[in-house]
Ligand binder design. Structure first.
Ligand SMILES: Nc1ncnc2c1ncn2[C@@H]1O[C@H](COP(=O)(O)OP(=O)(O)OP(=O)(O)O)[C@@H](O)[C@H]1O
Ligand SMILES: [Mg+2]
Length: 284
């Protein structure tokens, strides 16, 4: 069904973290024969409970880790190709749980400019890219502020701006919302969707929160270093028991829909948010 070469192509990759101390201790596989393709402009949520291998997979997508077996192609380039590593890293930007680890400068706009000046862009180009990136994430008004004065959500926006300024084709957000309050969490998820729409970016959102998967185009579920489930949100959320067995917390709207169904309401499986469930009840 695929018409084009995927943007990211993980082909049967295995990975074990090096074991410190005694050599040749049998290390368990953090990734076990994982194959996954991400298309250009696609929004994929990577779900799984602690230790299931999400971050390890994410780090293979931009050559922060290299597979022990199998291979990873980014836009057709093997991530083992050292000469193309900068291209791979710039094409697939990553943001993490703690934005502070990615913030370097003492003024917001200098922070976004930093990675551009390291790459030798002209002052004019840097100015344009910094302004555009700060506008895109909604913190242009804070450009002269010190990052430590920003809220957690604003600092995460700054980290996204830093990645965006390099004009990537894919952004991976690895638990980027997990330190935030629920409102900021939803705002960052909404921002990632906006960036996907505005720039045709592929987004891989790594999370253990099912509610962040509701609007994804595709959900990939991991367990013990393997992909165990893959599909559209409506397919994934159809089997709540399976998700519970994977130790994932079921979002309240889905619990509610399940209770309403048991009480005789007919709620369509596509109703995954409070708004759509309320509409179904009103229709009944
Ligand atoms: N730096 C490391 N050294 C050794 N083992 C590691 C390291 N990082 C992760 N692991 C192990 O690899 C496996 C997969 O971990 P990974 O961090 O990819 O999972 P995760 O799904 O991202 O978990 P979390 O939800 O906690 O972020 C786990 O068993 C973990 O203990
Ligand atoms: Mg992780």
């Amino acid at each position: 069904m695929r018409e084009q070469v995927p943007f990211i192509d993980l082909q049967g990759i295995c990975y074990a973290y090096p074991v410190s101390g005694e050599a040749e201790t049998t290390a368990s596989l953090a990734l076990n024969e994982v194959s996954l393709q991400i298309d250009r402009g696609e929004y994929v949520v990577l779900l799984g409970h602690n230790g299931s291998g999400k971050s390890t997979l994410a780090r293979h997508c931009n050559a922060l880790l290299l597979p022990d077996a199998g291979r990873v192609l980014v836009n057709g380039i093997d991530t083992r190709d050292e000469g193309k590593r900068r291209y791979v890293r710039d094409s697939v930007g990553m943001i993490f749980q703690h934005p502070d680890n990615q913030i370097i400068a003492t003024i917001v706009e200098d922070d976004v400019a930093w990675s551009l000046s390291v790459r030798g862009f002209s002052r004019q180009e840097i100015r344009e890219r910094v302004s555009q990136a700060l506008e895109a994430v909604g913190i242009a008004h804070l450009r002269h502020s010190p990052p430590h004065k920003l809220s957690g959500g604003q600092r995460q926006r700054l980290a996204i701006a830093g990645v965006l300024a390099l004009r990537p084709q894919c952004i991976i957000a690895d638990e980027a919302t997990s330190m935030l309050d629920p409102l900021s969490r939803r705002e960052i998820t909404r921002l990632l969707h906006q960036l996907q729409q505005a720039y045709g970016l592929a987004v891989i959102q790594v999370t253990h929160l099912l509610e962040e998967a509701v609007l994804a185009e595709r959900v990939v579920v991991m367990e013990q270093g393997r992909i165990v489930h893959e599909g559209q949100p409506v397919e994934i959320f159809r089997d709540l028991e399976h998700l519970r067995r994977l130790k994932l917390a079921i979002p309240e709207p889905l619990e509610l829909a399940q209770r309403l169904r048991l009480s005789g309401f007919s709620i369509a499986p596509e109703a995954l948010t409070l708004e759509t469930i309320a509409r179904e009840v009103a229709r009944a």
